[in-house]
Design a protein around this ligand. Sequence first.
Ligand code: UTP
Length: 295
Amino acid sequence: MTHIRKAVFPVAGMGTRFLPATKSIPKEMLPLVDRPLIQYAVDEARAAGIEEFIFITAAGKGALEDYFDTAAALEQRLAMNGKTDALAALDRTRMSEGSLAFVRQNNPLGLGHAVRLAQRLVGDEPFAVLLPDDVIRSPQGALGQMVDAHAKHRGHMVATMDVPLAATSSYGILDVAQTTGRLSQARGLVEKPGPARAPSTSAVIGRYILEPSIFERLANLGPGAGGELQLTDAINADVETAGVNGYRFDGERFDCGSVQGFVQATVAFALDRPELHGDLSAFLDTCTAPARQVA
Ligand code: UTP
């Protein structure tokens, strides 16, 4: 039994970096090998002991709800035809009854706004936030590691990874007060600082454990960078009272919100599959030709 029972999955973003693919399907349904992105995030949350799954969705995201529903006709047909492997592949999509909730974000006002919409369902307890764009390859799962750490070190917790100094302007960066092992006590977060302004090279990625006090901060928040309600601003506003720790998880993160990261993740996760590994690595060895212009 974990003290973190609920997880919020903000999936209301427009996914513009994946147009035209995301014109008619949600980004979170793009398949990494043979599972949609959202499945990786849900599996990680389940492994961390999460029991309630709260999706913040938007218009055009209906495929996500259908994905976690039963597909009676398909399942019947597979059973009738003895396709037991195909049926077993659906096991991951089965969620316990009543464990899923969907909240509509009518306006994409930012990640902070999306998280705020989960307030009534989360209530007065610490909870997790997972951004499914960030896919993490790790035996224990990043969220599970954080839940263990959070049991000992309360306050807000953000997942961090070390990045090159030249890359700090692409991330929220932790202003570190003190580091012990994987845990860094922080004075706050700085949004996308250039190398000269970066207080560290600890970058925040899309896994959080938040104390319920975040909701009051979010309620009183004005628009931040890009005119959006920023989760980072709310965490910063709560540092003095709740505290914030960075947790340097053990694992490799892929930014599947970008085409480059998605392609790399596809190769990495396919190489992890014993049935694909041999052929794929032999094929990759042949891919040394210079880039061709493809229309
Ligand atoms: P991104 O900044 O990656 O935006 O959001 P996006 O719309 O998903 O993708 P691009 O940049 O247009 O390609 C980070 C996370 O916050 C969620 C997104 O769904 C994603 O999981 N989000 C963002 C919301 O749920 N609502 C918002 O208003 C904004």
